[in-house]
Design a protein around this ligand. Structure first.
Ligand code: SAM
Ligand code: GLN
Length: 271
């Protein structure tokens, strides 16, 4: 093992402890066990080299280890499913802080691997949640994570294009929809462009194709004092303010941990 770690760190130019972390993740073992009587089979060796070459070619490490830590939750992430971001971890923080009534019925649109729905199920132990996606790969991935946390009875997964298959009302509608303007997709890091699903990111010509629909239709699906909480792009603040000007509802734009406007809360009288 020592020799393998040294060779890997040299060949793909990563530190020794990084190589250890990756090998441990690939073998699904704690790192300290690597040096305890561990003889790798030729198959395991081959797999490790193959995965590391993928890493070298730019595949996000989360797709290689199939693991992502989202707040307190160790989640499975499958290639082809959007990798949750740090900004979305902070989104949960703001939902906890800014929403005055504990929501009992929650809808998450575009759940991806299920990160937001799972965090909200823990934040609001009495809530029932419907989590949707238009990607079957995402729904399959979310199913794995929901099962891991024994939340099958509280989070219902529904295949739906926006509100198409939704027919009840909610206290909280939450979404991190695709919101990057199409013209900016080319500027995304190569690892995102080449390996993550663009359908999860592409928000159309001005980035707001889904956000507008989520607001216009979402308001019709809210209970009294309900809230819509969205992750947005900072360039959306102005156009969304215009869109919301005529709607009789409270509007709050908030910044992320990097100082950029990133979230929009709509509704809720007591803010
Ligand atoms: N909620 C996850 C997160 O925050 O990590 C995933 C967010 S990802 C930016 C957007 C998700 O919305 C993707 O899983 C994508 O498949 C889904 N999506 C895209 N268009 C959709 C639509 N019309 N209806 C429902 N979901 C959609
Ligand atoms: N911020 C994401 C990125 O860096 C995009 C997220 C989204 O469109 N919801 O790719």
């Amino acid at each position: 093992m020592r020799r393998l770690v040294a060779k890997i760190s040299q060949e793909i130019k990563i530190k020794k402890d990084e190589a250890e972390l990756i090998i441990a993740a690939l073998l699904d073992k704690p790192r300290f066990e690597l040096y305890l009587n561990h003889q790798l089979s030729p198959g395991q060796r081959k797999l490790i080299w193959l995965k590391l070459l993928q890493l070298k070619s730019g595949v996000p490490i989360e797709y290689i280890t199939k693991k992502i830590q989202f707040r307190d939750y160790n989640l499975t992430i499958n290639p082809g499913v959007f990798i949750p971001r740090l900004e979305t971890e902070y989104f949960i923080e703001l939902i906890a802080k800014k929403i005055s009534n504990k929501p009992k019925k929650i809808l998450e649109i575009g759940t991806g691997c299920g990160a937001i729905a799972i965090a909200l199920a823990h934040l609001y132990p009495d809530a029932e949640i419907i989590a949707t996606d238009i990607s079957n790969e995402a729904l399959d991935n979310a199913q794995i994570n929901i099962k891991r946390f024994n939340l099958e009875k509280r989070i219902e997964l529904v295949y739906s294009n926006l509100f198409e298959n939704i027919n009840t009302h909610f206290d909280l509608i939450v979404s991190n929809p695709p919101y990057v303007p199409s013209s900016r997709l080319i500027n995304l890091p190569k690892s995102v462009r080449d390996f993550e699903p663009l359908r999860a990111i592409n928000g159309g010509p001005d980035g707001n194709r889904f956000i507008r629909a989520l607001i216009n239709q979402g308001l019709l699906y809210l209970n009294e004092n309900g809230v819509i909480a969205l992750e947005i792009d900072e360039t959306a603040v102005k156009p969304l303010n215009l869109l919301l000007k005529d709607k009789l509802t409270r509007v709050l734009f908030l910044k992320d941990q990097f100082g950029k406007y990133r979230y929009l809360f709509i509704g809720d009288e007591k803010r």
